[in-house]
Design a binder for this molecule. Structure first.
Ligand SMILES: C[S@@+](CC[C@H](N)C(=O)[O-])C[C@H]1O[C@@H](n2cnc3c(N)ncnc32)[C@H](O)[C@@H]1O
Length: 229
């Protein structure tokens, strides 16, 4: 995403009641932050935020956290938030490479990745939000059984991601190379990037992956259960 310098973006964000300046303070305590026991779902790289604003308004009984590394981009979400705020939405500026600093293991129950930067050069592959490095990080914060939903216009990035999700042991339960002609379209909320690419006629790819606790972890848990002597 090309960034224009937005003067005082961070100051403007701080004035928004949905903004969390110090997300590390809430590690293991997000339900306390929202003051309820509802599940926590996150979006990484929300950009200007249209998707997460609509999603949070549609589902008042889910707590949403939008995690964006660029204040200059995230600041655009402010004008989409009504004056009274959105009670079940938190927005924060943070690099997803450090997610374990803001979430306890199992604290997150769903994760959205929409039109993540493809970083086409091989030498930058580690920066892709679906690289093995990131998929490992997600396993450390997701509750087993949780879903990751990923949409992109970029076919090479999508093909790469199908492989990395499989390699990391996620269970791919849905894959479409043409979201707008698939049964996954029902209830779809388009993002800013999605609207642009769809209007240009570019097919939109989507996958849904489930994180099941891996076998190693299951074996470890089994070892913890000692039969009575
Ligand atoms: C191509 S934009 C897509 C924006 C939006 N999801 C959409 O579909 O319109 C990708 C966004 O991900 C953000 N991003 C990239 N890497 C990130 C990271 N490591 N942590 C948090 N946000 C990241 C970028 O700053 C950018 O705003």
């Amino acid at each position: 995403m090309r960034l224009r310098n937005v003067p005082n973006a961070y100051e403007k964000l701080k004035a928004c009641s949905n903004f969390v300046p110090e997300p590390r303070d809430y590690k293991g305590k997000w339900k306390k932050y929202f003051d309820n026991d509802n599940p926590v779902h996150i979006e990484i790289g929300p950009g200007k935020g249209e998707f997460i604003v609509q999603l949070s308004q549609q589902n008042p009984h889910i707590n949403y956290i939008a995690i964006e590394k660029s204040p200059a981009v995230l600041v655009k979400i402010i004008r989409k938030i009504p004056d009274e705020g959105i009670h079940n939405l938190a927005i924060t500026v943070f690099d997803a490479g450090n997610l374990e600093e803001i979430f306890e293991s199992g604290e997150v129950e769903k994760l959205y990745l929409n039109f993540s930067d493809p970083w086409p050069k091989k030498k930058h592959a580690k920066r892709r939000l679906t690289s093995p490095k990131f998929l490992k990080i997600y396993k450390n914060i997701l509750k087993p059984g949780s879903i990751i939903e990923f949409k992109t216009d970029n076919r090479p990035m999508f093909d790469y991601s199908i492989e990395t999700f499989k390699e990391e042991g996620y269970n791919l339960i849905k894959i479409t190379y043409d979201l707008y002609n698939s049964d996954l379209l029902e209830g779809n909320i388009p993002t800013e990037y999605e609207k642009k690419f769809h209007s240009l006629g570019t097919p939109i790819n989507k996958l849904i992956a489930v994180y099941e606790a891996d076998n190693a972890a299951t074996e470890e848990r089994k070892d913890d259960i000692h039969p009575q002597e």
